[in-house]
Design a protein around this ligand. Sequence first.
Ligand code: UDX
Ligand code: ADP
Length: 480
Amino acid sequence: MPAAPIRSICCIGAGYVGGPTMAVIADRCADIQVTVVDINQARIDAWNDPDLSKLPVYEPGLDAVVGRARSRNLRFSTAVDEAIAAADMVFISVNTPTKTKGLGAGQASDLRWVEACARQVAKSAQGHTIVVEKSTLPVRTAEAVKAILSAAQQSDHGEPRSFAVLSNPEFLAEGTAVRDLESPDRVLIGGEHPEAIDALASVYGHWVPQERILRTNLWSSELSKLTANAFLAQRISSINSVAALCEATGADVREVARAIGTDSRIGPKFLNAGPGFGGSCFQKDILNLVYLCRHFGLPEVADYWESVVNLNSWQQHRIARTVVQKLFGTVTGKRLAILGFAFKADTNDTREAPAIRIARDLLEEGAQLAIHDPKVESEQIARDLGLIASEAPDAESGPTRASLSGEGTWWPSASVADALDGADGVLILTEWNEYRQLDWSDLAQRMRQPAWVFDARSVVSREAIHAAGLQLWRVGDGDA
Ligand code: UDX
Ligand code: ADP
């Protein structure tokens, strides 16, 4: 039996994944009505804002896609039940953070939001509904979703209903979300019902070539998402471990990365040494994998993957330690500039950003941090650091009594030049393009000498820093 065409989609969760994914689906499928729902009214209002620069997610190109689709077949709403009732297909795209307490705390995913969604679908769906897991989930979550839905085969009004559950993990990376969605390496659909898989494949078929649409069973699909992220993160920990060795031996990690990356079996991507990986997925997904391995009695496998996360934390603490060491063993009362707070360039997302851990370590040491990021709001930085911003001090004034008391403070800087005023050191923690084009000879005048540049993202030129009379530490550079 051919799959009935999908006419109406509901996506629960208007976050970093749900918003952009649905915007692209709506843009590419003029014949499908797409409604994105969320319990967060402020978020929905922001998605509906006539001013497209106010969308809650910053992604290059997203404003144009949302602008086009919103006037046609894309809606954002808080009417969750209504949207579920009208949908042939419901995507679950809600947050699945690591549990902070209870069984599996610190490792397992907190599935309370996914379960709440499944129950809401069970309550409000009508007729036949295909339920698609979009959030990254631990293997066999679909089992729980299926159990909740199958207990609801009759609606409250007695009409028969039916459900099919699919896993369709999202592989988009932030900052390139629109490009990744418009031309994905692959789309993965896991499930047990061929007609449901065909129905979802035909949605993507509007713009993705059929040979890029992979079909698997439910569990392979769920596990593939965790594994893809674990492999990517592992490459970053591997190159960061080599960076430390390069610094100790006089080698240069950029040269090593280029040399190994030309081996076609290794490949050139994801070999940039840096301040460690951040983002909402890598750490969470690996810890999830670790938890699953322990659960299934595979402690050696669990330890192997856990070491990827441990090395990442070590790299972040190591950078903060290096700063302290280079600045004569103390940063108490010293001004330091932090350039970049987002976990990578071209996003306003700070989840698990390396800047958080590094800034916290420096605050703990009593540093005075001027923080600049082109896209991250200062309220977000305050939440991440658990510390409200101070007034920016006068750049001319020497250390105040308060600053020498050992209390770390921070303030937001509107420009790079402001951030560097009176600073003893500057840390580059996000690879924003604007940081590649700074005039160091001018900026050096603003800093207190001897001053240091700590480049954790390899964005500055060694010659330009030295010509400006500044000292340089660069990740993985044994010869800076
Ligand atoms: C990742 C996966 O790439 C994506 O497929 C998945 O759907 C979600 O998780 P994302 O977290 O958005 O995407 O960003 P990604 O580009 O993968 O970067 C993750 C972190 O690794 C960033 O902090 C980035 O700066 C860091 N990174 C990446 C490096 O330090 N070096 C590299 O070579 C690449
Ligand atoms: P992701 O990066 O996976 O997209 P986000 O945290 O950015 O995660 O977005 C998840 C969204 O899901 C949030 O906006 C949250 O309010 C929403 N959400 C969580 N639970 C529900 C629910 N039961 N119904 C509707 N929306 C929900």
